[in-house]
Design a protein around this ligand. Sequence first.
Ligand SMILES: Nc1ncnc2c1ncn2[C@@H]1O[C@H](COP(=O)(O)OP(=O)(O)OP(=O)(O)O)[C@@H](O)[C@H]1O
Length: 254
Amino acid sequence: MSHRFLRRAGAQEIVQKLTAKAILERKLIEEGDRILIAVSGGKDSTVLAWALSSLRPLLKINYDLAGFHISSDFCACCKKSILSQRLEEWGVPFTDLSVPIIGRLKPGRKMNCYWCSTQRRTELLRYAMEHGFNKIALGHHLDDIIETFFMNMADKGTLLAMPMLLRYRKYPVSLIRPLGYVEEQQIIACAEEKEILKAACTCPFGINSKRRDIRKRIADFTNNSSAVKRRIIMALSQGSNDLLAESAGEKGKI
Ligand SMILES: Nc1ncnc2c1ncn2[C@@H]1O[C@H](COP(=O)(O)OP(=O)(O)OP(=O)(O)O)[C@@H](O)[C@H]1O
């Protein structure tokens, strides 16, 4: 896709084009797929639901969509009814499940992002398998992928990013990240245009301090340049060791 096009297009068109590019280039969606979209109520997964729904008539692939939200005992998402209404408008049926995430902690353990994401992953997989979905779509975007890559390198000494397609060996379900080519600022612009931002919900625990720190370092390193970030993504996916391709090694969060 030419950079000149991206400069001229509106935010919604940019999100659609980059999502379609990811879907086609990375074969994220195939004929007959039943896709469960994990919708947190935040801007990323809400934009994802809109993008997958609006691309349906354009991609010439038949696929089913449904939205799935997990309400927790620390955030019962006050904006849930707006979220469900939005999704229904886009032809995406919505289901909400209450999970006692803090309530499941063993005595003496403190709440943390890893625990929450593991509980979500378990519930998403269980629901998908029980209801015949073969794909789970997550709202991670290009900046999330770059941050995760640098965090894995700095904290764990591994070269691992977030794959855009992950087939589970043990389960008949794959994870897909169709916003993997879209920058967060492009998602925010699209959410503003679609008036999604007003209804978006954010985690009351905020982002963890390590992620905040790495985000700042990446902003300094790239000078927040889209071109530099796109080149990093290109570098991550080049050669025989394509870090955006399927990797059974992913233990990261959902
Ligand atoms: N409560 C939830 N219910 C369903 N899916 C969720 C929930 N929380 C997170 N997810 C899924 O996991 C992805 C990553 O979660 P994370 O908490 O990092 O969200 P985020 O970067 O703030 O994105 P968003 O703006 O969509 O919340 C989300 O984009 C969404 O697909």
